[in-house]
Design a protein around this ligand. Structure first.
Ligand SMILES: CC(C)(COP(=O)(O)OP(=O)(O)OC[C@H]1O[C@@H](n2cnc3c(N)ncnc32)[C@H](O)[C@@H]1OP(=O)(O)O)[C@@H](O)C(=O)NCCC(=O)NCCSC(=O)C[C@H](O)C(=O)O
Ligand SMILES: [Mg+2]
Length: 275
């Protein structure tokens, strides 16, 4: 399956520091659809060069059944230009570019880009960023959005709603996938579950993660379970075209399209090969 098609059905995207060899090894056997090997915030300055080499080697080795993305350092850092030059030649499926503030920040790397929206300027430009032909999708950087704006998110991210919905609208205006930000609370699994469901309700197509214990919950929230598939099949079978009643609600053609997407999503399993 085409890599952009796979991205469309990616439910879980697990970050890990490129400097953490144990995490990289462990990730091979985890059920995350996409691995994001981080060169930016999770890697200390003294490890940047080694981390970049480790990430490139990891992408070259490949991981069966997973998309591999590598997050470069931002355009405001001394590492950015070298990161992009090296990652452009790597076998990573995607380059993740942090703190994108406009279409001009999208590097010409000959590889699809996942653009992170994590500043107020980036939020205002999100639609133009998403429309850039090399941008394959958007990722919310909720920690940086909070830090840059002074928003103090509540337990269900009260205060971040406008930012999150701006990212969803911008990406969906270009028909591209959008990934929700990370949840820092490592041990609050019911809170994490609620946050995943909130992200799915808002229209995110998947979620970025920081720990293996978040994968199964994200896969469930952004995937299609057996009940959803059964309902979708029932709806398609019942559809006669035009408006009609179905199980106490109105359905029209867009609901049939949604039902088909649910079935497609349930059938999808990633199987990315290095590019
Ligand atoms: C957050 C952590 C530092 C927690 O680490 P730790 O307490 O050491 O984890 P555990 O002991 O619970 O780990 C248990 C086992 O799982 C493996 N592990 C942990 N995390 C990962 C991972 N991300 N990927 C793969 N494997 C992982 C451990 O190795 C243990 O395995 P074993 O040895 O078999 O017992 C840590 O989880 C971590 O570093 N997470 C990722 C941090 C990261 O990448 N951050 C950058 C991206 S987030 C971001 O930047 C947000 C965005 O930009 C924004 O603005 O919002
Ligand atoms: Mg960030």
């Amino acid at each position: 399956m085409d890599i952009l098609q796979q991205l469309k059905f990616t439910r879980s995207a697990l970050y890990m520091p490129a400097s953490n060899a144990r995490a990289l090894e462990k990730a091979r056997s985890l059920d995350a659809d996409m691995l994001i090997i981080d060169l930016e915030d999770a890697v200390p300055h003294e490890s940047k060069a080694d981390a970049r080499a480790a990430a490139v080697q990891y992408a070259a080795d490949g991981v069966t059944g997973k998309i591999i993305a590598i997050r470069a350092n931002g355009a405001d850092s001394v590492y950015h230009a070298d990161d992009i030059a090296v990652l452009a030649q790597s076998r990573a499926n995607f380059i993740v570019v942090p703190k994108v503030e406009g279409p001009d920040d999208i590097p010409d790397a000959g590889k699809p880009i996942l653009a992170m929206i994590e500043t107020p300027t980036g939020l205002y430009a999100a639609r133009e960023i998403a429309a850039h032909p090399m941008v394959a999708g958007l990722i919310a950087g909720t920690n940086d959005i909070a830090a840059e704006t002074g928003i103090r998110p509540g337990p269900l991210r009260e205060g971040l709603e406008l930012a999150l919905q701006t990212i969803v609208l911008a990406a969906s205006a270009s028909g591209k996938p959008r990934f929700d930000g990370v949840c820092n609370r490592l041990d609050d699994m019911s809170g994490f579950d609620a946050e995943c469901r909130q992200g799915a309700i808002y229209g995110f197509t998947g979620k970025t993660l920081i720990h293996p214990n978040q994968i199964a919950i994200a896969n469930q929230a952004f995937g299609a379970d057996a009940a959803a598939v059964a309902e979708a099949e029932e709806l398609i079978a019942a559809s006669r075209g035009g408006a009609q009643r179905f199980k106490g609600r109105m359905i029209e053609s867009m609901h049939v399209d949604e039902a088909k997407l649910t079935i497609e999503r349930s059938r999808h399993r990633t199987g990315a090969a290095p590019s």
